[in-house]
Design a protein around this ligand. Structure first.
Ligand code: WT7
Length: 641
């Protein structure tokens, strides 16, 4: 591998030195580290960023040009062409294939040529709605090769959710598969895609490219639908990469916010790739012969940065696994780790908790001695889960990288590093190089030393999102207006006596259910669309496996009662408009929701009731209907967990 810094294990003094240098002189630091990827035309400008509302700009390596797919493929061919890029493990145990850098390159070129022959040109949007199979990665890289902007929509989203994303980004192409397979269960992707397209009122969509994954026959729209296998069959495997400016868009990824529709988070090419590859190398201490496995789906940012772009830019060998952790049994992850001798393993707390429940024997049955570093991502990791991950999975032998970041940040911002020091379970620890973390009080002043506050980043970093697709004003409003002049993450955090950072969770109306980010406003709008519902309020409640569960307070229209509206109807509407993963676990019929005199629903109180923390509700006398609080406490439909 072409590492700019050959370290086995970063030690504390090296970290301190590099971190200090990265803040003291970001221009010099990133001028140097930007060279870790290949540029067609090298940059002379490094950083041109301002978070000031009047002069807002985020530009990195602005006059450099490059191509992300050739950084992930072509530049490894000479020395690492026969190295395995991906070990693909199928849903069904016992079937895995190795794909070398040469083979991946050839597939990407052939598919890029196919897209070209279908008329795709630089700047077009291409949506992928795919299972986690190699063709998903091929699709993303083929887009990157031609300067097409990909937008991957997680295969668990419903047809309606897919339709609204296709419409929002005005996609010309959709890449999907006949079916996905998860734990032996079939996911009807093509059927969902057909439904999505039939729901769209305006459509620029021209072609649907279908990968024959299970090979089942699917309904076909002649002229619109084409099989992936057919269109690549006679294509050349030579395809020149398109020269892209550093700030040309690489992809859009939709994510939920506290209000309104999902936001199309836009990432650009140069800075994103530098940041994804650098964090991947340093956080996981990736070495030449390591086998690395990040279990994320390509439908989320973790899949973009730490399954596709980071590892491939670094020439690493990664496992990708089509299925779920509990198929055929709860030992599947550890089986895969032994089979492929995985050294670096990166997963989500929800997966750890769901496996932990079933006891140690499923883990200890396997050897796992190949493991060197463990990672955690997507949600806070509770102490019990951390300890089990460390003691049982890692045999007290592997440090845990509890990585904090977001779709918006492009890569990991706060994380421990493998410095060999003792770790604190559940502590996100310290900022990555160049990341200027601060905690702000509600009045906008900084918390110095120990304390808690809103987690903000004071200076730009190369992997930062550049905007919301099609809505430039919303970007500044959503992230730079609560605390003018700095990026507000939406999370809160605490700094401890050693200066290390603990994430305390979202401060806004965003839920994190099994690591899936869900906007309460989106779930409410789905519930409110039911003809018998007047209004609803969605909050989180503590869930032992999912971290948070969805809890919906629902007010029915006058004359209606829970006798003629079923909870299942309401869940079905959420499934239809968003996806199964957003269905409310608990529905609480609420004839009255606690409101302020100006009519604002008091979600803070609703959250306390859902969590059985009514003793913390405090004074309710200023509400317009204080009696509603008692009513709801008495009508709680669930038991304390
Ligand atoms: C939100 C971002 C990070 C990529 C996958 C999720 C929460 C993420 C941690 C962590 C505590 C975490 C935050 C953040 N989160 N990682 N290590 N500890 N919380 O990306 O869907 O954009 O969600 O996930 O609340 O804001 P995302």
């Amino acid at each position: 591998m072409t590492f700019s810094c050959q370290h086995k294990v970063l030690n504390r003094s090296l970290y301190n030195e590099m971190y200090r240098a990265s803040l003291l002189n970001p221009e010099d630091f990133w001028r140097e580290h930007g060279k870790r990827i290949d540029w067609i035309k090298p940059y002379t400008k490094v950083k041109d960023c301002s978070f000031d509302q009047d002069n807002f700009k985020i530009r990195w390596f602005e006059d450099g040009t490059l191509n992300a797919s050739s950084n992930c493929l072509d530049r490894h061919l000479e020395t690492h062409g026969d190295k395995t890029a991906f070990i693909f493990e199928r849903d069904e145990p016992g079937y895995s294939t190795h794909i070398t850098y040469k083979q991946l390159h050839s597939q990407v070129c052939r598919f890029a040529n196919s897209l070209k022959s279908l008329g795709a040109k630089k700047g077009d949007r291409v949506v992928l709605y795919m299972p986690l199979i190699p063709e998903a990665v091929v699709g993303m890289l083929a887009c990157a090769r031609l300067g097409l902007i990909h937008s991957v929509v997680f295969g668990g989203f419903s047809p309606e959710a897919l339709a609204s994303r296709l419409e929002d980004c005005e996609a010309r192409f959709l890449i999907t598969a006949d079916e996905g397979l998860r734990g032996g269960r079939k996911i009807a992707l093509k059927e969902n895609a057909d439904k999505a397209l039939s729901l769209m009122t305006s459509s620029c969509l021209e072609k649907v490219i279908v990968v024959a994954n299970t090979g089942i026959g699917v309904s076909w729209n002649q002229g619109r639908d084409v099989y992936y296998e057919e269109i690549i069959a006679n294509m050349s495997d030579i395809c020149d990469p398109v020269e892209m400016a550093a700030e040309d868009p690489l992809f859009i990824l939709y994510t939920s916010g506290s209000t309104g529709k999902p936001k199309g988070v836009l990432h650009t090419t140069g800075g994103y790739l530098v940041y994804a590859s650098m964090t991947h190398e340093y956080v996981f201490d990736v070495q030449e012969d390591d086998v690395y496995w990040c279990t994320a789906d390509v439908g989320w940012i973790t899949g973009h940065s730490y399954v596709v772009y980071g590892p491939l830019a670094n020439g690493a060998t990664s496992v990708i696994y089509e299925g779920v952790p509990n198929y055929p049994d709860y030992g599947r992850f550890w089986d895969i780790i032994d089979t492929h001798q995985v050294n670096l393993f990166y997963t989500a707390p929800t997966a750890i908790r769901s496996l932990m429940k079933h006891g140690d024997a499923f883990v200890t049955k396997y050897n796992r001695s190949s493991l060197r570093i463990l990672g955690s991502v997507g949600e806070p990791i509770n102490v019990e889960a951390w300890q089990w991950y460390y003691d049982v999975v890692g045999n007290k032998n592997c440090p845990i990288m509890d990585t904090w970041w977001q779709t918006e940040t492009g890569g990991i911002l706060i994380t421990p590093l493998a410095t060999g020091e003792p770790q604190k379970p559940g502590c996100a620890t310290q900022p990555f190089f160049g990341i200027q973390v601060a905690l702000y009080k509600p009045d906008g002043t900084r918390v110095e030393g120990e304390g808690t506050g809103a987690l903000v980043i004071e200076e730009s970093w190369p992997g930062q999102m550049r905007g919301i697709f099609g809505d430039s004003k919303r970007f500044i409003e959503a992230y730079f207006s609560a605390y003018p002049g700095v990026y507000f993450s939406g999370d809160g955090a605490r700094r401890d006596e050693d200066g290390e950072v603990w994430i305390t969770g979202r401060m806004d109306d965003v839920l994190n259910v099994s690591g899936h980010r869900i906007g309460t406003a989106e779930v409410e709008s789905a519930l409110d669309s039911h003809p018998k519902v007047v209004e609803s309020a969605v909050v989180d409640f503590p869930h032992p496996v999912k971290g948070q569960g969805v809890y919906a307070y629902v007010t029915l229209k006058e004359g209606e009662s829970s006798d003629n509206v079923s909870e299942e109807d309401l869940r079905a509407i959420v499934k239809q408009q968003i996806g199964s993963f957003a269905k409310p676990e608990i529905i609480h019929w609420a004839p009255n929701l606690p409101k302020t005199r100006s009519g604002k629903i008091m979600r803070r109180i609703l959250r306390k009731i859902a969590a059985f923390k009514e003793s913390e509700i405090g004074d309710t006398s200023t509400l317009s209907n204080p009696e509603s609080v008692i009513e709801l406490i008495h009508s709680r439909p669930h038991q304390k967990i």
